[in-house]
Structure formats: C-alpha cells, structure tokens
Write a new protein. Structure first.
Length: 181
C-alpha cells in the first residue's frame, strides 16, 4: 500500500484525526531524532516533539510542497526545541569579550555514533544547543545568538567549550597509562 503524503496533508489541514495520526506515525522517528539531540532526556524530547507536531498541524498552510516535507518538519522541531531551551534556562552563561578560536583535533577514529551522541547529550544545555545548531544544523554564530537571545561572543564561547569538553571525553586520561612503563 503506497502512502500518499499529499492526501494525508490535505486530511490534516481539515483536522482529520486519522490523517494526523498517520502523519505522526510516518514522521515520528525523524521528529524524535531532532528533539532528542536538543533535550536532556526522553521526557523533554517527547514534550518538545508533541509541541512541534501541534505546530505542524496548525501551520500546514505555510508548508510549500516544492520542498521536502521532512525538511520543513525538522525545521519546526528544531525551532520548537530552541523555544523549549529558552523557556527552561536553568543555567547561566558567561560572556567572554574575546573568544580564542583554537584548532581542535578530534580523536574520533574508533568512536561509534551512539557514543558520540551520548557525549553530546552529556554536555550542558547551553553547550549542547550551540554545538548542535552550529555543527549539525549549520547556523552561524550570529543566527544562533539571535535565536537563543545571547551574544555572538557567548555563542562562540559555548561552542569552544563544547568542543573542548568533547575532546576531553575522547582523549585518553593519564591514569590509563599508569601501568605502562
């Protein structure tokens, strides 16, 4: 049975519950993947995803069928995650007037995708959000600063600190070499 996305979208525009359920099932994995990257736990990810799907259902008229639907949906999920981040700021960021742009060499040769995602998830919300927006989503520091309502310097600082923390997690510790002499 071939799925007709346009037919499902038309049903969603008419608030047809069956079409909404079908759209949710079709794009659950893609949406949850985005939300899990931006949140600290699964419960928050589910909450962000459900808010995102609500926006999808209420803003379907703004979707342009010339572009892939999944890209539009992921953008909504990303923006919803950013809104969630802003509303739940439980930390303070330190603004640095000048951020050194250092070259970071990553030792990721033997690192699995799941391990990398766990390391990213272990970052503080501020570091993780800026890292994901810049490295994964491709936003500039100016765009990130505007979205998160922080300064460009804070965005650069958070990215630098996120990279340093990730490098620290991938580098062998001195204790690992204690028995070797």
């Amino acid at each position: 049975m071939e799925i007709d996305l346009q037919q499902i979208l038309e049903g969603c525009k008419k608030n047809d519950r069956r079409s909404q359920k079908e759209l949710y099932k079709l794009f659950y994995s893609a949406a949850m993947g985005v939300c899990l990257r931006f949140t600290q736990n699964r419960d928050d990810a589910v909450m962000v995803m459900n808010d995102g799907f609500y926006k999808v259902f209420t803003k379907l008229d703004s979707y342009d069928p010339k572009y892939p639907f999944v890209a539009w949906l992921k953008r909504i999920m990303t923006n919803t995650a950013i809104d969630f981040y802003r509303s739940s700021l439980r930390f303070q960021t330190v603004e640095l007037s000048s951020v050194e742009q250092e070259e970071v060499h990553w030792n990721l040769e033997n690192l699995q995708y799941e391990d990398l995602m766990k390391m990213i998830e272990s970052l503080s919300p501020a570091y993780r959000t800026v890292f994901l927006l810049h490295v994964v989503e491709g936003y500039s520091h100016e765009e990130i600063a505007e979205m998160l309502q922080i300064s460009v310097g804070t965005s650069k600082s958070n990215l630098s600190k996120a990279r340093s923390k990730l490098v620290e997690k991938t580098s062998p510790k001195l204790d690992d070499y204690e028995g070797i002499r």
